[in-house]
Design a binder for this molecule. Structure first.
Ligand code: WT7
Length: 655
């Protein structure tokens, strides 16, 4: 509720930002007629986008077959994603155009042209075939942001083998869980990845994961960090041993528009991540159209930079598929923003003359903390548009981003979407939308969205509730991989006929959308989704832990941190060493991003008489709020103890 009060105040205090005249004049979208057109007939609108942005081997018979909640888009059509991202650009004379200015963390640089990407993609396609991959087989990818990453993803799309990319920061356990759920046949990984000058031991993690992932038959290993790694005879193959000598020709498969394109795992409200399934035609239309409209892309002028990681959906949609389909020139950076110094991103942006930058509020807040001097060292005058994604952006960070990075001249597109939606759903169109710092503004043309109460009733402007999406859209998830029932239960059961994303949202008097964070037991840590249950089960998995409750603590700046309340077994004492051990344990089970910022040892957890842990109360404790009525608790006195311990630990937490 505090969120709403804050927002109400900020709405009054903060100014609005109109697109500068010149920006508006040259914008891809310079008239709001597009909204009415799209609303009048959204299927026709998406069909128009499909004609404009994608080349089809065979056109569709029907735009949409909606058998709620199961959608088929561009029914009967055939296409190939890698053909759209590569071949057709090369065929039309753009072979020498740079697709990625790639820069490694240690400072090595490569210009990856469309021609090189096409050739390499074909070679990888042929290598995957040699390793036994056939149309429909799943390929797991566990790589850092290396030059081979896009060719590997594109090769999968070329031969019709759905990929599942696993973020390189995830642990061996997380990797094996995903491989098993997808029954992947081949894994593509690297010896290691660079992160702050240290090696992330990808191959070692993969070896560990494969002990529990029997479906993997072959492992293709990219050499990046060059330390010794073990290679298992008959299973593991070096990329440089088999890819370079493949033919650079590989006919792209003509795939049905609904052929599975990829599976990407994301946390839900249970300990088991969901495999979000995206398919070929609709997804490509969705990402290409939104990338063009929202980032106002001028293919031959812009240097576009999405500073995300390809392990997340942002990287899939807005580093790889959207920009390549649109023939963009992008920047791809491998490493951390503070190597060798805190101006690394600004140094890169200056050298390649980045015109568009897309990053996350968590990164923006970090840059704010580091201070403006690192920015001021560099000429960022080529920037003309900024984007934000991943979590609500607090107005202060928005204004800092707009002023300090954007020099006060760049519109900021705050883009709301999810792994499930595949593409941006709520966002300004930078040439026409009057911006309000902290608001993602309006639904993208063609998208239907509403704010409803518990009963599913639409709330008038000025009201708050849950956001729902009211129409199918081309890039929507098709199901949870292998679990249609979970798809129905999670997204389509709360409100009849409406998609429920799990976010709270307020609409102001002018209809602007203001996101209020998740309404379920999902945390958003540094723009990444982690379920409280996942962290709890990782903690309980440790031999000393009897029980645990995990909550997300949201600070003033809207950043969310993981706080864990832990009850230990028998006479184990909760000292500093154990605290660190538990953090490491979570890191090992899930990945570093899931490490609690604060762990509080407690004799007991606050529970209702029916034994349910009162998470809301724990969140109040974590966020330092006065506690309300605790008389429904079975164990009232425990709250006092927890509060004292939390206060004692405050200020001692780590990153
Ligand atoms: C959740 C989706 C979308 C790619 C990155 C995260 C939150 C995302 C915004 C935004 C407020 C946002 C939502 C959403 N979220 N963008 N602009 N404003 N909240 O993808 O891991 O699937 O997480 O991130 O809570 O449900 P994801």
């Amino acid at each position: 509720m505090t969120d709403q009060v804050d927002i109400a105040n900020l709405l009054e205090e903060l100014r609005t930002f109109e697109p500068p005249d010149e920006f508006r004049r040259n914008a891809v979208v310079s008239s709001d007629a597009i909204y009415d057109e799209a609303d009048a007939d959204y299927e026709a609108f998406w069909a128009g986008q499909a004609e404009a942005h994608v080349s089809w081997f065979k056109k569709w018979d029907t735009v949409l077959e909606w058998n709620a909640p199961f959608a088929k888009w561009f029914v009967g059509a055939e296409l190939n994603v890698s053909y759209n991202c590569l071949d057709r650009h090369v065929e039309s004379g753009y072979g020498d155009k740079v697709a990625y200015f790639w820069e490694g963390e240690p400072g090595d640089k490569k210009e990856l042209t469309y021609k090189w990407l096409l050739d390499e993609t074909c070679r990888v396609s042929n290598a995957l075939k040699e390793l036994g991959v056939r149309k429909g087989d799943r390929v797991a990818i566990y790589l850092g942001m290396v030059p081979e990453l896009a060719p590997v993803m594109l090769a999968c799309t070329r031969i019709g083998a759905p990929h599942t990319v696993v973020f390189a920061g995830f642990s061996a356990d997380s990797l094996s869980g995903r491989i098993n759920d997808a029954s992947a046949k081949v894994l593509v990984t690297a010896d290691g990845g660079w992160r702050r000058g240290a090696i992330v031991p990808l191959k070692e993690n993969a070896d560990e994961a494969l002990k529990a992932a029997p479906t993997i038959e072959k492992v293709l290993v990219v050499r990046r960090t060059e330390q010794d790694v073990s290679m298992q005879d008959g299973r593991d193959v070096w990329y440089h041993d088999i890819v370079p000598n493949q033919s650079a020709t590989c006919e792209p498969e003509h795939l049905d528009a609904e052929h599975p394109l990829y599976i990407l795992y994301t946390s839900g409200t249970t300990a088991k991540p969901k495999g979000i399934l995206h398919t070929t035609g609709g997804y490509l239309v969705g990402v290409a159209a939104t990338h063009h409209l929202i980032f106002d892309l001028k293919r031959n002028e812009d240097v576009y930079w999405c500073a995300a990681d390809a392990g997340w959906v942002t990287g899939h949609s807005y580093i790889v598929y959207g920009p390549l389909c649109n023939g963009a020139t992008s920047i791809m950076y491998e490493g951390a923003p503070d190597v060798p110094d805190k101006d690394r991103l600004w140094d890169i942006a200056e050298r390649y003359k980045a015109t568009i930058l897309y990053t996350a509020p968590t990164a923006i807040r970090t840059f704010m903390k580091w201070g403006t001097s690192f920015v001021e060292k560099h000429d960022l005058s080529a920037l003309r548009l900024l984007g934000s994604v991943g979590e609500p952006i607090n107005p202060e960070a928005w204004v800092w981003y707009q002023q300090v990075i954007g020099g006060g001249r760049c519109p900021v597109v705050d883009t709301w979407w999810q792994t499930e939606t595949g593409a941006i759903m709520i966002s300004p169109l930078p040439g026409i939308t009057k911006l309000k710092p902290g608001s993602a503004t309006f639904p993208v043309p063609g998208i239907g969205a509403d704010v409803v109460n518990d009963k599913g009733e639409s709330q008038p402007f000025g009201g708050a509730g849950y956001i729902v999406l009211t129409r199918p859209w081309p890039s929507m998830l098709r199901t949870v991989y292998g679990d249609d029932q979970r798809y129905i239960d999670t997204y389509w059961s709360k409100f009849e006929g409406k998609y429920f994303p799990g976010d709270g949202c307020k609409r102001d008097e002018e209809g602007y959308f203001w996101f209020l964070g998740r309404v379920d037991d999902v945390m958003n840590v540094a723009g990444h989704r982690i379920s409280t249950y996942e962290v709890e089960s990782a903690l309980v998995d440790h031999e000393t832990v009897a029980e645990s409750a995990v909550v997300g603590r949201v600070g003033q700046d809207k950043a969310e941190n993981i706080v864990a309340f832990v009850t230990l077994k028998g006479d184990v004492t909760g000292d500093e060493a154990l605290l660190q051990e538990l953090r490491e344990h979570v890191s090992k089970k899930i990945g570093k991003i899931a490490r609690p910022a604060m762990i509080i040892f407690t004799e007991d957890l606050p529970k209702t008489r029916s034994g349910k842990i009162m998470r809301r109360l724990l969140r109040d404790v974590a966020e330092g709020r006065p506690l309300g009525d605790v008389t429904t608790l079975a164990n009232e006195n425990v709250v006092e103890e927890i509060r004292d311990k939390a206060a004692a630990r405050a200020g001692k937490e780590e990153d």
